[in-house]
Ligand binder design. Sequence first.
Ligand SMILES: *Cc1c(COP(=O)(O)O)cnc(C)c1O
Length: 447
Amino acid sequence: MNEDLPISTRNSLLLNRSRAAVWHPCTQMKQHETLPLIPVARAQGCWLYDFDGARYLDAISSWWVNLFGHGNAHINAALRDQLETLEHAMLAGFTHEPVVELSERLSKLTGGALGHCFYGSDGASAVEIALKMSFHYWRNSGQERKCDFVSLAGSYHGETLGALSVTDVALFKDTYAPLLRGSQQVQSPDARLAEPGESAHDYALRAARSLEAHLQRHHATTAALIVEPLVQGASGMAMYDAAYLAEARALCDRYEVHLIADEIMTGFGRTGTFFAYEQAAVSSPVSPDFLCLSKGITGGYLPLSVVMTRDEIYAAFYDDNVTRGFLHSHSYTGNALACRAALATMEIFDSDDVIATNRRTSAKITAACDGIARHPRVRNFRHRGMIWAFEVDTRDAAFARHFHQLALAKELLLRPISNTVYFMPPYVINDEEIDLLTRGARELLDA
Ligand SMILES: *Cc1c(COP(=O)(O)O)cnc(C)c1O
């Protein structure tokens, strides 16, 4: 289409058509009167290219989904092969190889603790599934009063109504308050809230006391606690000590409340272990009752999410009575192409020893961030696995938008959350790209 037009005309034509016909997510569309959309003509590795040959380093992995680069040869080949046999078939009453193999492999990664996989298409639907399953489990177990949920202050679990109910980000939530079911928030273990001289570990333990106080009073009506393990992403990359998760697990056990680990962002190696919750293990492994995964699961290729749970929970639904079953469904549940992309992604974890390789990449990036960490305008420089974040001292109320714009001029796709700048690059970022990213960001701070 429009192949014969000059390239920059193709760029701007696409922008205008997009503004007219596409309602873009998480966007006040009027801002696009002055802030141009960026047409992506193609992508390769860590780079997005427009029709003009301008390029942008995808330093936030296209909203945290991409792990092994765009146009990844291994995932491409797996998808081509899958296309030749089966693109999709309904999963009620039918099954197929990719969904079975993926479920088995995921289960193995939890040490077999979470052996039952229920599929959805995106992160928010995974959260809805976990909330409904938890509630329904208690109902099937004769504990019908357990229908409330508790989450952490500053948590983000997605934006459909159920997921938004347990989210605590005013910008996304307040407008829809009349539509939402109430949920309770307890103190966040966010290490930035520690008192001077208090370690992140000690503060995490102190925050756990707030959860304890809540559960003491409300356990009889509480179905589940939902947390983002180690990093609270969308509210600004709040990082916390793993001791909180171990405490939360113990408290949930003591008070008979489910623990839902929303690893939609943190899963698939992002925080340095395959699942972030693994870092809570002290003497023995810790595992949640429900594990929600999405984003990186297909390497950033196709929408897919999964909720994993354990035998005892599954067993409470297994019955001659139809309505004791979990009757939830989505049309594209267990889509074969998406499952195959997920399998290809997991093959790369094995073949490239990704967790170990990321440790080296992470150390390199942290070292390259030295000038940023010590920059006079930077506060709370922090990092976990393949995520780096810091606050910028600024009086600019539109800092995020301005920084994003200026970064584009340096070939960097960065999208601060208010005054928090973060890097969450694909795992395949190379030395040259690390240099471009960290040098560019430092220059932006100087400017
Ligand atoms: C992105 C995200 C979600 C929502 O996932 P969508 O695919 O955007 O619906 C939920 N929880 C966490 C922690 C996330 O980062």
